[in-house]
Design a protein around this ligand. Structure first.
Ligand code: SF4
Length: 294
């Protein structure tokens, strides 16, 4: 579903599963759809599953929501890589578990997953394995939640998939290595890439957001230009996304989109005046001479 549909679906599941209280283990896809804010605005009580009292809050909740880093299609497994174990806690005591994942994070088999389990922590922080890797495949009688729901978020991903050249951006595994080496990101931080914090930041954000939302708005149109095209991002990307190549292509799209826009009236008047002046040598010389004397 779209981000708003995902918020509605999760809110309905939380309401059906309990007493209006929910423990949430925050993660990128939950921030992308602004889930915590939406659940609170819907009148639900949201408890953060992370932090010092996180475990107590999870134990008290009948419903928990987590993000998911990957889904293994062959076995129907949700996989979460994390440092603090908040998502793992959510898969223990609460009776209902809702996992929210981006469509792009589905891999066919565990053989594919094995590669990513090594690739992601190495690219993200130079670790051989994430501190905690949790995997759950539905309901096991007498152990863990009695209901497991998986909400697959589209939110522009199928639009990216429809772009033959741009679809390589969907290979992103969210390691953050491109941001770590980007000289622009180092100076501006993550907010300019998406002031609402709902999309990826850094070099991949400068590609992903215009691909997912189009380049007809000022904010998305400016993103492909937020780069020196130094190529450091492509060099470190573990899944070999050609970020500079996509940035150049998107810059072309922005220019093309603006070509068809009407030129503002004052600018058009100035251009007409210049054209009239330059169309005649005497007029042009007079104008240049006048400007020089002045
Ligand atoms: S684009 Fe590549 S380097 Fe950047 S976050 Fe995605 S996988 Fe990591």
């Amino acid at each position: 579903p779209t981000a708003s549909a995902a918020r509605r679906i999760v809110a309905a599941l939380v309401r059906d599963g309990g007493d209006g209280e929910v423990a949430v283990a925050d993660g990128p896809v939950l921030r992308e759809v602004r889930l915590g804010d939406a659940l609170a605005a819907d009148g639900l009580t949201v408890h953060d599953a992370r932090g010092p009292d996180g475990r107590d809050r999870v134990r008290a909740a009948r419903v928990a929501v987590t993000g998911a880093d990957f889904l293994v299609a062959g076995s129907g497994t949700v996989v979460v890589l994390e440092a603090d174990g908040a998502a793992r806690a959510c898969a223990t005591v609460p009776e209902t578990l809702v996992c929210v994942a981006g469509l792009d994070r589905t891999v066919p088999t565990w053989e594919d997953m094995e590669v990513l389990l090594q690739l992601l922590p190495r690219a993200a922080g130079g670790d051989r394995l994430s501190a905690r890797v949790s995997a759950w495949s539905g309901v096991v009688p007498g152990d863990g939640p009695r209901e497991v729901h998986v909400v697959l978020v589209d939110n522009g991903r199928t639009r990216i998939l429809g772009d033959e050249a741009g679809r390589e951006a969907l290979r992103c595994i969210g390691c953050g290595a491109c941001s770590a080496v980007c000289p622009v990101y180092e100076r501006v931080g993550e907010r300019p890439y998406d002031p609402r914090g709902t999309g990826p930041s850094g070099p991949i954000g400068a590609v992903w957001t215009p691909l997912a939302r189009g380049v007809d708005r000022a904010q998305t149109a400016s993103l492909p230009f937020a780069s020196t095209l130094c190529g450091a991002c492509a060099e470190v990307c573990p899944v070999k996304i050609d970020i500079p190549g996509l940035l150049v292509r998107l810059r072309g799209e922005v220019v093309d989109a603006r070509r068809h826009r009407p030129v503002p009236a004052p600018e058009a008047a100035v251009m007409r005046g210049l054209a009239w002046t330059m169309a005649d040598a005497r007029r042009f010389e007079a104008a240049v001479g006048g400007a020089t004397r002045w």
